[in-house]
Design a protein around this ligand. Structure first.
Ligand code: CA
Ligand code: CA
Length: 267
């Protein structure tokens, strides 16, 4: 390590200075040292420096978290103050933060039913990162629903292909408006509504045994860093509109096989 080498060379060159230097009085230690002792002592010093640096980093990270908590509380108070108490929430799928004037309630990872199982729920959840258990029975039992993490399956959809096999994050956002809705096949909102975000419609594949809901995953979606890819679980695929001539989702306005957009709107 360059710093170790530097410190060692420095101490050898100026042993007497080191031994009698002002604030750090190391004279009892180095005055009768041979080279091996000096190397060992230098390593101890460097270990101490590294330990101090790590402690400092921990303190700084804590400060950053505290600042973020305070920022979110200020934003939440602003939402409540500006709305006269009229608020609602929505899930920002594919992101750990809230756009616009939304205030973060909590963030997490997407959870749902395993793609090749027939049972468990049919909705997707934004799962918080710090669960609380009560009366849990250790290990797995078969008389249960199972909740798995979700995964993007987007290899052949260029806008999201870089996320393929990665885990989607999510955020629950508080907004100073009374209601919200997800609008499929639109990248805008009706007049008078606020566009919270736009994105791509996603759901389980048509061929999966498990169902999950259609959700709007934001454009430029993110993934949860540091997770292992391709673990499967609740899978999220782009959604194609399948049109019908003379009925159903009509061909003409809809194009057979085109992947659908979406927007989340509030008022
Ligand atoms: Ca996968
Ligand atoms: Ca297609």
């Amino acid at each position: 390590m360059p710093f170790r080498v530097f410190l060692l060379v420095f101490c050898i060159a100026v042993t007497s200075s080191c031994a009698h230097s002002g604030e750090l009085d190391i004279s009892p230690v180095v005055s009768h040292m041979n080279l091996a002792d000096l190397v060992s002592y230098t390593n101890q010093l460097v270990d101490e420096v590294e330990k101090t640096e790590m402690e400092l980093k921990k303190l700084q990270t804590g400060d950053i978290q505290e600042d973020e908590d305070a920022r979110q509380m200020r934003k939440r108070n602003a939402v409540l103050a500006s709305s006269g108490g009229v608020v609602t929430t929505y899930v920002h799928w594919g992101s750990k933060s809230c756009p616009g004037d939304g205030s973060l309630v909590y963030d997490g990872v997407v959870g749902g039913a395993y793609y090749s199982y027939y049972g468990s729920g049919t909705n997707l959840w934004c799962m918080p990162m710090t669960p609380i258990y009560q009366d849990a029975q250790p290990s797995s039992q078969s008389d249960r629903a199972y909740l798995y993490g979700a995964e993007y399956e987007t290899s052949d959809f260029p806008p999201l292909s870089s996320l393929n096999q990665q885990d989607p994050p999510c955020a629950v956002c508080l907004i100073p408006r009374g209601t919200s809705m997800m609008l499929p096949a639109k990248e805008s909102c009706p007049t008078g509504w606020t566009t919270e975000y736009v994105g791509y419609l996603m759901s389980a594949a048509y061929s999966n045994q498990a169902r999950n809901e259609f959700i709007c995953v934001k454009k430029d979606a993110e993934f949860v860093p540091g997770t292992s890819p391709d673990q499967n679980g609740a899978l999220l695929y782009p959604v194609e509109g399948r049109c019908t001539n003379g009925g159903g989702i009509p061909c003409g306005p809809y194009v057979e096989g085109n992947e659908l957009t979406c927007s989340v709107c509030s008022i």
